[in-house]
Structures are given as C-alpha cells and as structure tokens.
Design a protein around this ligand. Structure first.
Ligand code: ATR
Length: 280
C-alpha cells in the first residue's frame, strides 16, 4: 500500500513510455515488502538538470538512467563508481552516506545472467563481441575484468572496434577486427556475444554474422530481447550451441540496482516472470 512513508525510486529516460521496468520493479518491491514505488519519467536532455534536482529534493532513494542520459547524468552526481567510469555510462544512481553516486549494473547484470543460464568457465573463454557501442563497452568490461583470457571486438566500423579493444587491453588480451572478416575468430570462440541491434524487431530475420559460422560446443549470447529468440540464437540452437538471450541481462541489471538501493535479497524469478509476461 502507498502511504505517506512511501519513498521514491524511478527511471529517467527519453523516451521512457515503452519501459518495462516499472512493472518489474514494483512487483519486486511489493514482494519484498519494501516501502517504495518505482515510476518512469520521460525527461528530455533540456530538463535533465531540473529533473535531477527535483528527485534529490524529493529525497528519492535512487533512480535508473537510460538513453540518452547515461553519460550526461555524471555531472550532477557526487561520484561515479569505478566500473561506471570505465564503461563510461551510469545506469543506476544511489543515495548513500549523504552522496549521490553513479553505478553501472549492465555489465555485472550481463555476467550474472550468463553464469546463471550457461555452463561457463570464464577463465577459459575466448570471446568474440559483435559490436563496439555502449552495450559492448559494458559487456566487454565485465568479461575482461572477470578473467576472460581473450576478447575480440568485431564491428562494422573498425575504428570503433580498435578503440574499444585498446580500452579493454588494460585487463585482458584483446584484438579488433571488421565484423565481415571475423569468421575464423568466431569459429575459434567459446562465447559469441551480439551487442548490435541486428535481429531486433521488426527486422527479425537478420543476423549480424552468417549463421553457419557458429557450431556445437559454443555459447551464443544475444543482447536483443525482442524477439526473445533472435534469428542468430535460433540458428545457433540448430547447430547445437548453447544459447543465452537478452532478457536475463535486463532482469539482472534491474535486480542489481534494487540490491544497491535496498541492500536486501531480490525476487529475481518473479522479476523474470513479470518481464516475460509484459513482453508477450
Ligand atoms: P548500444 O548502446 O545499444 O550499444 P550503439 O552505441 O549505438 O548502441 O552501438 C550500436 C552497435 O551496433 C555498433 O557497434 C554498430 O556498429 P557501428 O559502430 O559500425 O555503427 C552496431 N550496428 C548497428 N546496426 C548494425 C548493422 N546493421 N550491422 C552491423 N552492425 C550494426
């Protein structure tokens, strides 16, 4: 029940109306008996500063941040956690010890979901990441700092792949390659992760690489969650590879944010069920 003691949590984004986070977060908060409500706010870049000042004045416990504010939010915070600084993006703001701190739960959320859903030994994985944008940065950082021995960045724009590979080389061995030329690297990989938007609704028949590059014994992971099983994952399954779909990352990045705000165990299965129901 909402009372005068109910505190605020939420999401700042533009657009924000399509977000499934309110359903997922409020179901979890209710189950946890936590006295908070989670709201989505459509905030344009022009009013981000005022929106943040408003949330601070209203004593929100924290909030999530999505496109297009993941970098620009940093200037309104007292500090940024190391992982968010290295990824270059904040998706969760937490009020703690009198300070507003920016975190990034996308990378850790991805890794938690991957560990949960696949038989993965990170210390042995040769990884190919398809794409070199914001999502690739978060996933690449999480994998590189978790002990993966080699990460290959394959991207349409080679220059961007070069820059991300150079950044990640502080933590692991890396290389950059054009996505059209990564056949050998994909064949030799234990884990292939699609972070591009290729295959997303409505262009559901497209794959970022030819499906016959994939094979049995690999894990193929796709951050696209609409459709839940992309053409890439369907092809990987037919080849006998293990598949990992993008829904898990969405659930775990939200669960990790809730843990940061409330420091309590979170009902992850319930969040997953609510998200699946809201997407179907
Ligand atoms: P996000 O934050 O979701 O990662 P982004 O930063 O815009 O989004 O990055 C999108 C990624 O998908 C990029 O790596 C992009 O490749 P380019 O750097 O060459 O633009 C990749 N991408 C998008 N559409 C693509 C397509 N049709 N084929 C191949 N790669 C594509």
């Amino acid at each position: 029940m909402i009372t005068s003691q109910t505190g605020g949590l939420g999401l700042l984004g533009h657009p924000a109306g399509h977000s499934k986070s309110p359903e997922m977060m409020n179901a979890a908060l209710q189950m946890m008996d936590a006295p908070y409500v989670y709201l989505a706010f459509d905030v344009t870049p022009a009013v981000l500063k005022q929106a943040v000042e408003g949330l601070k004045a209203l004593k929100f416990k924290g909030w999530n941040v999505t496109i297009p504010h993941k970098t620009s939010i940093m200037e309104y915070l007292d500090g940024v956690a190391e992982s968010a600084r290295e990824i270059g993006a904040v998706n969760t703001v937490v009020y703690q010890d009198g300070k507003w701190t920016g975190h990034n739960t996308d990378g850790t959320g991805y890794l938690r979901s991957l560990k949960e859903e696949t038989s993965l030994d990170l210390s042995k994985q040769r990884v190919v990441i398809l794409g070199a944008g914001g999502a690739a940065r978060a996933v690449g950082y999480a994998l590189a700092t978790a002990g993966v021995p080699k990460v290959t960045i394959a991207n349409r724009t080679l220059d961007k792949a070069d820059r991300l590979a150079e950044h990640l080389s502080r933590w692991t061995s890396t290389e950059a390659i054009a996505i059209s030329d990564c056949q050998d690297e994909v064949r030799e990989a234990d884990l292939v992760v699609n972070t591009t938007s290729v295959g997303m609704f409505p262009r559901i028949n497209e794959t970022p690489i030819p499906a016959d590059w994939l094979h049995h014994g690999q894990i193929v992971s796709d951050l696209v969650y609409n459709p839940r099983e992309t053409a890439l994952l369907q092809a990987a399954k037919l080849k006998g590879a293990q598949i990992h779909c993008g829904l898990g990352m969405l659930v775990y990045q939200a669960a990790t944010a809730l843990e940061l705000w409330l420091d309590k165990p979170v009902p992850i299965q319930l969040m997953k069920q609510v998200l699946e129901a809201s997407l179907s």
